[in-house]
Design a protein around this ligand. Structure first.
Ligand SMILES: [Zn+2]
Length: 731
């Protein structure tokens, strides 16, 4: 019998409450449900029931099917296949019962190769293949649609010059070359990807500033190849011809469409000229496999480079030699449509508070790990939440889900979407839960403890994430929480497990779609994923074969990720009061500040941080008191909806108060005073203060410290007013 949807779709809380009270009558002495942060005991009991229903839905077989669909063909941004997948996602979400399914189109400056080549012209002739080898074991590697080597947003150009090896391409590497009397002006610089790792867009900007004419970045076997273990197709590491594609955009300055920095690329929007775009590189650049880089390196005959510059090829790595090369890069840089797919499950009680889930759809090639592992986990999540809704169980708050586009180019889809809906998001967004790669590691080589769960989160949400992990089972058979502790111990070679609070990485860099929400809009974010052995990043071998034979053959990590992602989303969506812990947030800030002082050895007479320490201590105390008062009242009674509403409004305001509308010095788009990323994508806490001190600009540093003091003070005041209003109005 068909009932109107509106009648069926009552709130899950009221639905489960009725069954709860019914069973409570039958069994008077039923043990109290395990508490959940932010829930009253009654609602926690209902939530536990709902969560066990939810957790029974995702299936490894379905996750495998999704994975196959998304990895069947290469699907970079702006390709026909990626656009077809947008329609596919929209269609599936409609079938799953999601509401307001919408395709958002953004016309943005895109970049793709027309013609790319590299030849060595002296001392011997050699033409780089710029291609990856096919293997019989994996028919996908024979797909003619696979691209060769290229970098998104490389400049076009034709360069013939001497080749110089510059190690990792960091500023200190060029300093060492200079000390050895070597200038890279007008030369072709060859660098490796890792040692230490830095985002390729940082290597590009550094080479550009050094005056190099072209940049080649190759994957040394020491970084992600045979040094670590078996290579594809026998193991997780990169074979000789694997190429790490990628973009080299300067999106650490401003992400998104380079021609609309800070505003959305919607119809009618103003676009600046590409020449004016701060995020567009001006250098010609190409990625190389180590097989293509080897002839260049082994034909050098100049001075030998130091020990830590040596890679794992059986040659001696030299600074220079008589090697000359000809690099030609012809890019088609033109406006193309990107599509963000958006859908929601409207909240039954608080429709104007949103919990946002997201994953990017575009891949450099097949995207076995990046991002289609995340996409498979997301599609299982939307299927499971859709099924709950079909059974009449709606979240209290609205859950929004997005399939982003062009993440690989400049975090473009999420940035444009975030900029378009900035006003709504600032008011309504409780948190953004990002999953880029859900399984970036090989279960087959991970050992008995399995892959490591490796989330990052703003500190205020770290405790709720740890709590949720106790209710999910890991593929090893332990709870996700136990498995997390065990793998953290294993990987850090520690003899005791870390404290719960140290499990979550609360330092957040850039490099994925959380960036606009945290750094530009001041909303709390969480990133989730499993990690382990993985050496085929952004290569053709990052595909379905890799995942089904090496990465996650049973697809149980995909499902574990769906479960923890869903649990966190449901708890944020259904809680009486969002489970922020600002006491712990304060603890983390104090730790960040101490690390900053130790690292920079700041002298008292240069910069006084005593006041900032004191403000943080006050914030921490106010956070602890508020958290305890709310928990006490939730446990002992049922505070009125009005009282809870007043509290929630204030809690949602805290993250916004960390924003400075002027932005951090030199990067106005990045407005968060606590979090930003370095140009390498590495995390950067207190960005304005830290960068000022690193430049020894003491006046600016003092100003930045005052800004921080003011923001912390404002939030302490907010927490205190939340507490006094909470305690004044009983219930
Ligand atoms: Zn990705």
């Amino acid at each position: 019998m068909g009932l109107p949807l509106r009648c069926l779709a009552v709130s899950f809380i009221s639905l489960l409450l009725s069954s709860f009270s019914f069973s409570a009558q039958l069994k008077q002495e039923a043990p109290p449900a395990t508490p959940i942060l932010g829930f009253s005991p009654l609602h926690a009991a209902a939530e536990h029931q709902l969560e066990s229903t939810f957790q029974s839905i995702p299936s490894p077989e379905k996750a495998r099917e999704w994975h196959r669909t998304f990895t069947a063909e290469p699907h970079p941004a702006a390709s026909d296949r990626n656009n077809q997948l947008a329609d596919f996602v929209a269609g599936e979400w409609r079938k799953q019962g999601w509401e307001d399914v919408t395709l958002r189109r953004y016309d943005v400056l895109h970049s793709r190769p027309r013609n790319v080549s590299l030849e060595m012209t002296a001392p011997v002739q050699f033409t780089a293949s710029l291609r990856e080898d096919a293997y019989d074991a994996d028919p996908d590697t024979k797909n003619p649609a696979v691209s060769g080597a290229y970098f998104g947003y490389s400049a076009s150009g034709d360069v013939t010059a001497e080749v110089i090896y510059a190690h990792s391409g960091s500023p200190e590497d060029y300093d060492l070359l200079r000390k050895n009397g070597i200038s890279v002006k007008g030369k072709i610089v060859l660098v490796r990807y890792t040692n230490p790792y830095s985002y390729r867009g940082f290597k590009a900007l550094t080479a550009e500033r050094e005056g190099a004419a072209a940049l080649l970045i190759y994957s040394d076997p020491a970084d992600d190849g045979y040094t670590h273990g078996k290579v594809f197709p026998d193991g997780p590491w990169g074979p000789e011809s694997h190429i790490q594609r990628g973009a080299i955009t300067y999106d650490y300055i401003v992400p998104g469409d380079p021609t609309t920095p800070g505003w959305a690329s919607v119809p009618g929007a103003k676009h600046i000229a590409p020449e004016e775009a701060r995020s567009l590189p001006k250098i010609v650049a190409l990625p190389l496999s180590w097989r293509d880089a080897k002839p260049l390196l082994e034909n050098m005959n100049g001075p030998e480079a130091p020990k830590d510059w040596q890679g794992a090829m059986p040659i001696s790595y030299r600074f220079t030699g008589t090697v000359k090369a000809h690099v030609k890069v012809d890019m088609d840089t033109s406006m193309q449509p990107y599509t963000v797919v958006e859908a929601r499950l409207r909240g039954s009680e608080l429709p104007d508070e949103w919990v946002l889930l997201g994953n990017h759809r575009d891949a450099w090639v097949f995207g076995g790990v990046d991002p289609s592992s995340g996409t498979a986990s997301m599609m299982e999540l939307t299927r499971s939440l859709g099924e709950l809704k079909q059974r009449g169980i709606r979240p209290r708050r609205t859950i929004v889900v997005c399939s982003w586009d062009g993440e690989e180019y400049a975090l473009t889809g999420s940035t444009e979407w975030g900029e378009q809906f900035a006003d709504d998001l600032k008011k309504k967004l409780v948190a953004y839960l990002n999953v880029d790669e859900s399984v970036a590691g090989a279960a087959t080589t991970a050992g008995p403890e399995g892959l490591r769960f490796s989330p990052s989160a703003v500190a205020s949400l770290a405790p709720m994430l740890v709590e949720a992990s106790k209710d999910v089972r890991a593929p090893s058979g332990k709870s996700l929480y136990e498995a997390w502790r065990a793998t953290a111990m294993r990987d850090s070679k520690a003899s005791t497990p870390p404290f719960d609070s140290a499990l979550v990485e609360t330092r957040i860099g850039s490099g994925s779609d959380h960036t606009v929400f945290l750094n530009h809009l001041g909303r709390p974010v969480i990133n989730l994923g499993f990690i382990g052995d993985y050496g085929v990043y952004h290569s053709m071998y990052d595909d379905h074969y890799w995942m089904t034979h090496i990465g996650d053959p049973a697809f149980e990590y995909h499902v574990a990720l769906t479960r923890i992602w869903g649990l966190v989303a449901l708890r944020l969506a259904n809680s009486d009061t969002p489970p922020f812990d600002f006491g712990f947030n304060g603890t983390a800030l104090e730790q960040f500040l101490r690390e900053f002082e130790q690292k920079n050895k700041v002298e008292q007479q240069r910069l006084r941080l005593k006041r900032l320490h004191a403000r943080i201590a006050e914030f921490e105390k106010a956070g602890d008191l508020l958290r305890n008062a709310v928990a006490r009242d939730l446990l002992s009674g049922s505070p009125s909806p009005e009282k809870i509403q007043r509290l929630n409004e204030r809690l949602l305001q805290v993250e916004s108060n960390w924003l400075d509308p002027a932005g951090i010095p030199g990067r106005p788009w990045f407005q968060h005073l606590l979090y930003s990323s370095r140009y390498t994508y590495a995390h950067l806490e207190f960005p304005g203060l830290t960068e000022a001190v690193e430049k020894q600009d003491w006046k600016l540093a003092a100003e930045q410290a005052v800004l921080l003091e003011k923001a912390v003070k404002k939030n302490t005041r907010l927490l205190k007013s939340a507490q006094s209003s909470w305690e004044k109005n009983k219930p």
